[in-house]
Design a protein around this ligand. Structure first.
Ligand code: ADP
Length: 250
């Protein structure tokens, strides 16, 4: 499978704190990959490096056959606007603006006419069941509604990659499930690849593939399975031991 986005042997530190220590991850066009792992393991830093928001200290980031980390700031910013969409934990909407304004912003920044930008925004709001809220200020929305607006804003420019960092992290699980369902369905319809950072296995279930980050490195699924198998084996041994001890006591 050809990678649309690929991070190779990425290193990144913050002062003395190493966040990435040789992380490698490839995501194919249209593929949804969940990036799991404990808090502080480097998931967000990996997402930020792949999206060209942080430059890695070492390693390479490729997008569609081009070196993202070698691009000028202007080129990278333009590419982020046209080819990438973002959903973060706390929507990061502009609370004083309306729902429609928030979703139209990426198009207006992309120099699309006002009329077209708002028409595209409205079409996305309708798709996500938010049409009736278009005139509301986003500061007045519930958490779930705000995240759905964030999904519309992330997809309105037709990105090839959607980066989502704990998109349901601030929602209760029922609302989180609804937002994830919409996000995944919309991304699949648009054939956008998704890099989904989450510590929640319920959320990760909707991905095509799950990778795990530990100490700044990506553990591929085979290894995750092997780790899980060892874990199960250890639990089994422990259970057998407890059982045997109980038998011994009888
Ligand atoms: P995760 O997303 O898995 O919780 P992060 O990528 O946010 O992990 O962080 C990895 C490590 O890098 C952590 O030790 C964190 O404290 C550190 N770190 C991340 N961002 C910064 C920053 N802006 N300044 C200082 N340290 C940071």
């Amino acid at each position: 499978m050809t990678a649309l986005i690929h991070g190779q042997d990425l290193y990144r530190s913050f002062g003395q704190t190493p966040a990435l220590q040789g992380a490698t991850l490839s995501v194919a066009a249209g593929e949804i990959v969940a990036v799991m792992g404990p808090s502080g393991s480097g998931k967000s830093t990996l997402l930020h490096c792949l999206a060209g928001i942080f430059a890695p200290d070492r390693g390479e980031v490729w997008f569609d056959g081009r070196r993202l980390d070698k691009m000028s700031d202007t080129t990278r910013t333009r590419l982020r606007r046209t080819d990438f969409g973002f959903v973060f934990q706390f929507g990061q909407l502009v609370p004083e603006l309306t729902v429609a304004d928030n979703v139209a912003i990426p198009r207006l920044l992309g120099r699309v006419s006002r009329k077209r930008a708002y028409a595209q925004a409205m079409s996305w709001l309708d798709r996500l069941g938010l049409g009736d809220l278009s005139g509301r200020r986003t500061g007045e929305l519930s958490g779930g509604q705000a995240q759905r607006v964030a999904v519309a804003r992330a997809l309105v420019s037709g990105p090839r990659v959607l980066f989502a960092d704990e998109p349901t992290g601030s929602l209760d699980s029922a609302t989180g499930d609804q937002v994830m369902e919409l996000l995944v369905a919309a991304a699949r319809q648009e054939q956008a690849a998704v890099v989904l950072v989450t510590h929640d296995s319920r959320v990760a279930r909707s991905a095509d593939r799950i990778v795990s980050v530990h100490d700044g490195r990506v553990v591929e699924p085979e290894n995750v399975r092997a780790t899980a198998a060892r874990f199960t084996e250890a639990r089994f041994t422990e259970a057998r031991f407890t059982e045997a001890r109980a038998e011994g006591a009888r």
